[in-house]
Design a protein around this ligand. Structure first.
Ligand SMILES: Nc1nc2c(ncn2[C@@H]2O[C@H](COP(=O)(O)OP(=O)(O)OP(=O)(O)O)[C@@H](O)[C@H]2O)c(=O)[nH]1
Ligand SMILES: *[C@@H]1O[C@H](CO)[C@@H](O)[C@H](O)[C@H]1NC(C)=O
Length: 425
């Protein structure tokens, strides 16, 4: 554990060093730390969070950005706050039922760390003197609703439901801390909260002294500016793990025999520049969300035949003969789709010996979609939204990105196209 602690301190010094290099960058003064006045872990404040249990992976990524932005704002207020990355797991859509998945298995943690200091939960447990968190703050709504106008407010209130998820044992609170059974919390309080990452940072700075705090139902906190510069900075720092990027590249080159032909990522996300010149491989990509979405949105989604028709039309429009489909569909449905298509259909399925977890395979599919000549997503799917963002970051023309698959009967259901959340720098 001493070795690991040393490793953590070293990575922090590296991180501080990387901040120093960018000292000309006037927009990025927040994360700068003075190593003379800063020692680990004494004056650090650890912030961890969780999201409503039923929420899926890609909405959780969005909540992560809200929290990361809040932690940055807290640092601007002079608090040496460090974001603890919540292990992934217990997700409804992951059929392998994996828990305790580290962020490093899916994302580029050094990149996240250069937006706001971030450590894995297991590293937190190593630096913390005990696996006991100071306080759980359970965010809830105001029971009386929001009275017409939306104002930022927060107030400690009796728990409406928060205490049902925790149980007191030997004077400490027990609950779901990412499935790690030894973790406890000293205090639990419920806070009725109506506000964004800015007002949340204010609340933390003003009302709490803590060494470690666990914010439950973090999705209650809204974005201060959805689609604004800070949003995109957080999003750009959320790069995928290099291994998964490489896996997607191998698939495109090896299986699809295509070239990527997109603006390469710069070494650091901070150096990325606006561009609209990427062409992408000569294939169309579609996110074809099935399973629970069919129950939820039924007639707003295309049938299998309708899907084939739209893929064919899009391939024709862009003059390509290959299609990649990211999908959670049953194999039988994919086979049927293939029968309706004259062009070659590709799907990504990892080999068993690769030991790629469900969550990682899904990301590989997202990456492959993000490098296509054109992409069409599924209606209101956050999985699709994240692909659109990746294409914005990678410099694709807007008209190749913000599309969706339409229902068969457009005259009856319409086919409103997705909002164009264009990247801003
Ligand atoms: N491999 C793979 N998995 C997918 C695909 N679409 C959805 N999934 C899985 O299902 C999950 C979908 O949940 P989210 O990531 O929350 O996205 P969403 O489409 O908004 O779904 P909801 O959470 O149900 O609203 C993904 O994270 C994957 O685990 C796909 O095209 N390929
Ligand atoms: C935070 O502190 C202020 C001022 O002391 C108080 O009015 C407010 O109720 C507190 N909020 C919470 C959520 O504890």
């Amino acid at each position: 554990s001493r070795m690991r602690l040393l490793h953590l301190v070293v990575s922090f010094l590296v991180w501080i060093g990387s901040q120093a290099e960018t000292s000309e960058d006037k927009t990025d003064t927040v994360s700068k730390l003075d190593p003379e006045q800063f020692s680990l872990p004494q004056d650090a404040r650890y912030i961890m969070y969780d999201v409503n249990r039923g929420e899926g992976f890609n909405l959780r990524r969005d909540v992560h950005m809200r929290v990361a932005i809040a932690v940055r704002k807290l640092r601007e207020k002079g608090v040496n706050a460090i974001l603890v990355l919540p292990p992934w797991g217990g997700l409804y859509h992951w059929r392998d039922r994996k828990t305790g998945v580290r962020w490093a298995d899916l994302f580029d943690v050094p990149s996240l760390n250069s937006f706001v200091p971030s450590i894995e939960f297991e590293q937190f447990l190593e630096v913390a003197s005990s696996p006991t968190i100071d306080r759980i703050v359970y965010l809830q709504h105001f029971q009386e609703g929001w009275d017409g106008e939306y104002v930022m407010k927060s107030e400690k209130r009796p728990c409406m439901e928060g205490d049902k998820y925790y149980e007191k044992e030997d004077g400490l609170w027990k609950g779901w801390f990412y499935g790690l059974s030894a973790v406890r919390a000293r205090d639990l309080e419920c806070v009725s909260f109506q506000g964004d990452s800015e007002s949340f940072a204010e609340l933390l700075a003003r009302n709490y002294t803590f060494q470690s705090i666990f914010v439950d139902r973090a999705e209650t906190m809204l974005h201060a500016e959805y689609g604004g510069v800070e949003y995109w900075r957080a999003r750009r720092s959320m790069r995928y793990s290099k291994l998964l990027e490489a896996r997607a590249e191998r698939f495109i080159a090896g299986e699809m025999k295509e070239e990527i032909d997109a603006q390469p990522l710069t070494e650091r996300w901070e150096d990325e520049k606006a561009s609209r010149t990427s062409k992408g491989g000569s294939y169309v990509a579609v996110h074809w969300r099935r399973r629970d979405f069919i129950q939820a949105y039924g007639s707003l989604l295309p049938s299998i035949k309708g899907t084939a028709k739209q893929i064919t039309a899009m391939a024709k429009e862009f003059g390509v003969k290959k299609a990649f489909v990211a999908t959670d569909a049953e194999e039988g449905d994919i086979e049927e789709l293939r029968k309706h298509l004259k062009i070659t259909l590709y799907t990504f399925r990892p080999r068993p010996d690769e030991q790629l977890i469900d969550g990682a395979a899904a990301i590989v599919e997202q990456i492959i979609c993000s490098w296509a000549r054109v992409f069409a997503g599924s209606y209101v799917s956050t999985f699709s939204f994240r692909i659109q963002e990746d294409r914005e970051i990678r410099g694709f023309p807007v008209e190749t990105t913000f599309r969706r698959m339409c229902p068969d009967d457009v005259t009856m259901h319409g086919c409103e196209q997705p909002a164009k959340w264009k990247i801003v720098y």
